[in-house]
Design a protein around this ligand. Sequence first.
Ligand code: SF4
Ligand code: SF4
Length: 174
Amino acid sequence: MERKYLYLDYLTCIGCETCETVCDFIHGGNPHIRIYVTENKQYLPINCKHCDDAPCLRVCPTNAIYRDEDGAVRIAENRCIGCLACLQVCPYGVPFYSLKVKAITKCDMCAERREEGLEPACAEMCPAEAIQYGPLEMVLELVNERRAKNIPEHRREITKEELRKSVSSGYVLL
Ligand code: SF4
Ligand code: SF4
């Protein structure tokens, strides 16, 4: 199966909170993506980066955190003992302890939807196309389009190899 990536463009995000709302609905009131706003009104949708060398996965003492075949970093809730080690090492403050499931929980890149051949809900529903999901070639095109348009000093196109080095596993952001 061809590997796919999440692409997230902060400058295109209009702060409508559609991604957060749909994620909240899917996850019963526990959205796994949240919109933050900086002082200069820049909207920042923050969710799991599915890091290549994921610190959360490395420190989990029970191997409750694993990577699935699409590259998404997932939690096996039945193996989580609630030690909160992952929560302490995540540089983005992503994992949170759910009292409802009594385990750590976080974005799973919409695992159930992916199993049905659908894309993550945030990518499907974002009206500004600030979040997109697709193969590396598609993401490369989006990144280079975006760089040429908004960052004049970066008019040189980046190569697939450079992109591979710069992105965390399964996740791209500008
Ligand atoms: S939870 Fe944090 S450390 Fe783990 S993969 Fe996601 S962003 Fe990376
Ligand atoms: S990919 Fe799915 S689970 Fe992850 S933040 Fe987006 S909507 Fe939520």
